[in-house]
Design a protein around this ligand. Structure first.
Ligand code: ADP
Length: 593
């Protein structure tokens, strides 16, 4: 995946330019300043050369350039920093909405099930803000690398021997990359003694153990162990620090030794006339600045690999989603009303990574205009079945057809627009009450009459009537609005499911879990009414429920057992058959007696 980081970088830069060309180019000024400051040794050499040769022109020109390259970077840095921060904020906004758009546009929920994909998606969603920061980080990296590069070129241009002074700085750079690993190792080694220290501290100083420790007379025993554990906890860190200091000392000793040797050779050269004073002065200036310039490189390298990781993840997820989208490239338009109905042909489904199939070889015919109740124990596959019908997942085997046409030939978004419903995991949209319901049928989100009707059908009119400003009441205390009970939120969610005017598939997946038995009864009788209206459009109403009283009113009952269809038929037929359904039904009837 990280290999894609190289593809992500040009995209990031292109996006930054498109977002604000002026801010992008101004952001580069900081790096330009840093590059210019790398030329200081060249102009020091020019001034020294001018003075040595008594040429006023060269001395003055060198001096002026020296003043410019010394002072200009500061002004460029101020402009550059402001621009990159400004652009970072703009890009953060872009990536936040782009990631939400990308994830929202994927037609199925499969990406939320595959643990590998989910990890990447989660990281991307959690860090979508930091994607904007990758641009900032890229510029910071650029700022850090241009000065050593220009300084190296200036140094070698001054005298080839200077290449040794540059090379002598590299162990310090390597050390900068290696020392974080020593810290990580120390952290790992100290994790276990750290936990032990915390545990012993809790026992030795905690209130809960204080009485028992005193009775046992074991305080001293614990204090000794606590001191031991604390030493064991800190030891890896102090060892790592000592090692780092020793290595740093050796690296700087190496640099000092090599640069002293280079200086010695140049000074001797200057004395015998093979090296000019200008070169000597420039070389000394390089030596003064080289370590400072190279010190930033390890940070730049680490930051750059982070940039590649983040941008690579973005490209990877985007590609994954594009592939998912092209797998659902059906264009057929759903019929205005169902003729024959919805059918499942040898449909099986496994969740990614699951060892067992959630549905196995399902063959079902859900006739147009029917109310179908799906029952079965928890985990028998009811919700999965509904998810396949709404196209949230693709069957692993077999196919779902709508009036005989495979579901994957339809434009999935258009099909979903003809599906409606209420689900166990409803969302608490903290909008005004009217919009919370109206969002179920977006074109009519402001249509108070339609919302009123949906509230009636969802048995939620009294929830809104009790609100201080009715449909205009803001919900959610975070926005200064009113909060609702779990049951009230759920009733608004049910009403939301009633907003679509002519659904072809109405799924009601145990939407009443947070409601009391009385309200549940009221709601279900409304459902049956709503189903009656939908029936005229040939719609299939799928009731997933654990309450058997309403099941009896369905045209067809499907009993699922461990992912398979155990029984299908009308309530009467299944009772007469005396199988699984009849057993479950009498069990529930008993519990109500
Ligand atoms: P029901 O609606 O009848 O309670 P589900 O359709 O939710 O059953 O689940 C059917 C089977 O699929 C169960 O074994 C369940 O553990 C499994 N399952 C459900 N959702 C997921 C998921 N998101 N990832 C993996 N397995 C799942």
């Amino acid at each position: 995946m990280t290999r894609l980081g190289w593809k992500g970088l040009p995209q990031l830069i292109a996006r930054a330019i498109r977002t604000s060309p002026s801010a992008f180019f101004l952001a580069l000024l900081e790096a330009t300043g840093n590059a210019i400051s790398g030329l200081i040794p060249v102009f020091v050499a020019m001034v020294a050369g001018g003075v040595a040769a008594h040429t006023l022109g060269t001395t003055v020109a060198g001096g002026v350039c020296l003043v410019i390259v010394s002072s200009l970077p500061m002004s460029l840095m101020v402009v550059g920093t402001n621009s990159r921060i400004l652009l970072m904020e703009k890009l953060q906004g872009y990536y936040n909405s782009e990631v939400a758009r990308m994830l929202g546009s994927v037609p199925t929920l499969t990406l939320y099930e595959d643990p590998k994909v989910q990890d990447e998606v989660k990281q991307l969603a959690d860090k979508s803000g930091s994607l904007g920061n990758t641009f900032n980080m890229t510029i910071v990296v650029l700022n850090q690398i241009v000065r050593p590069i220009v300084l190296t070129v200036s140094a070698i241009a001054l005298h080839p021997l200077m290449v040794f002074a540059v090379l002598a700085a590299l162990p310090t750079v390597a050390l900068g990359l290696y020392t974080p690993k020593l810290d990580e190792k120390a952290e790992k080694a100290s994790a276990q003694p750290g936990r032990l220290t915390a545990h012993l501290q809790e026992i030795a100083c905690g209130v809960e153990s204080s009485a028992e420790l005193r009775v046992l007379g074991a305080q001293r025993w614990f204090f000794v162990r606590l001191a031991d554990a604390a030493r064991g906890w800190r030891r890896p860190f102090s060892r790592a620090t000592s090692l780092q200091q020793a290595l740093r000392f050796l690296a700087s000793l190496f640099y000092s030794g090599v640069s002293l040797w280079v200086l010695w050779v140049l000074t001797v050269g200057a004395r015998v006339g093979t090296v000019s004073v200008a070169v000597l002065a420039g070389a000394i200036t390089v030596m003064l600045g080289i370590m400072e310039a190279f010190n930033g490189l390890p940070f730049a390298i680490q930051t750059f690999s982070e940039v590649l990781r983040e941008t690579g993840r973005f490209v990877w997820v985007r590609r994954y989603l594009e592939t998912e989208n092209t797998r659902h490239a059906g264009t057929a338009v759903p019929p205005s009303r169902l003729g024959t109905g919805i059918a499942l042909h040898h449909v099986s489904f496994s969740y990614p990574g699951a060892s067992r199939r959630a549905l196995e070889d399902i063959n079902l015919n859900l006739p147009a205009g029917s109310v179908v109740a799906v029952v079965g124990e928890n985990g028998s596959g009811k919700t999965t079945l509904a998810s396949l019908l709404t196209g949230m997942y693709d069957p692993s085997d077999g196919e779902v057809t709508i009036d005989g046409t495979p579901l994957n030939m339809f434009d999935i978004t258009a099909w979903r627009q003809r599906c409606s419903g209420a689900f166990q995991d409803y969302v608490r949209f903290e909008l005004t009450a009217g919009k919370t319901v109206g969002i179920g049928g977006l074109p009519r989100i402001e249509d108070r009459k339609a919302i009123g009707l949906a509230l009636e059908q969802g048995a939620a009119a009294d929830v809104v009537a009790a609100l201080s400003e009715g449909l205009d009441t803001q919900l959610g205390t975070a926005w200064g609005g009113q909060d609702l009970s779990g049951g009230q939120w759920q009733r608004l969610a049910i009403a939301r499911g009633m907003m679509r005017p002519h659904p072809l598939l109405l799924v009601l997946d145990e939407p009443t879990s947070a409601l009391d038995a009385f309200t549940e009864d009221v709601i279900f009788s409304r459902y049956i009414k709503a189903a009656g209206a939908a029936r005229r459009d040939g719609a299939v109403t799928l009731l997933i429920m654990h309450r058997f009283s309403t099941v009896a009113a369905a045209d067809l009952v499907v009993v699922l057992d461990a992912g398979r269809v155990a029984e299908v038929g009308s309530h009467r037929e299944l009772i007469d058959r005396g199988g699984l359904y009849a057993g479950l039904y009498s069990l529930q009837a008993d519990s109500y007696r």
